[in-house]
Write a protein that binds this ligand. Sequence first.
Ligand SMILES: [Zn+2]
Length: 219
Amino acid sequence: MQFFDRLLLENRAWADDMKASDPEVFQRLHQGQSPAALWIGCCDSRVPAEQICNAKPGELFIHRNIANLVHEDDANVSSVLEYAINALEVDHIIVCGHRGCGGIQAAVSGGDALQALPYVDRHLGQVKRLVAEHHVALEQFSQLSQKVDHVVELNVIAQVERLAEMRLVTDSWQARRAPSLHGWVYDLASGHLDEVCRREVEGSGSESAEPDWQRAAAG
Ligand SMILES: [Zn+2]
């Protein structure tokens, strides 16, 4: 059987299983969506957002790109953010990176690693700048994989910081004190997710929308 035939066949099996455990599920999903969170993750095939946290259809609004980046000038991610924050009114935005990320590794390796991939090269510009900023700190790591995993964390924190400065987010904080921002890293070797940072509007019912950094223990 061809791979794509298997996928089509598996779809019917999945739909049957879903209905067997919850007969109304598709009628309910057909009515509309009200996801609690926007997930911004990497495209990597080994990091399927819903599966790794057992989320059901309708619970996560998802955007994925190489190395889970937020670009202000990227209409794709900006439109997803706008729709998630202003139309769906999600309460949380999760930025999820992962150890061993190929996009981050390409940016860390530098040189001509991206010469044959000009679109990817341009997309990863902000990661290359992040690597340059932390060049001295990265020298403490002898292994490339250690450098990559450190930049994976720095990159997640940078994306959460970038989100916290975006007008879409700060206006929403003023209007409805949400969404809170979460930085997570997924470990391919263990299947575990860990929190790297969190940022949310401080207090409740206050006029001030000053955000409060909550830097969780990074592991
Ligand atoms: Zn990746």
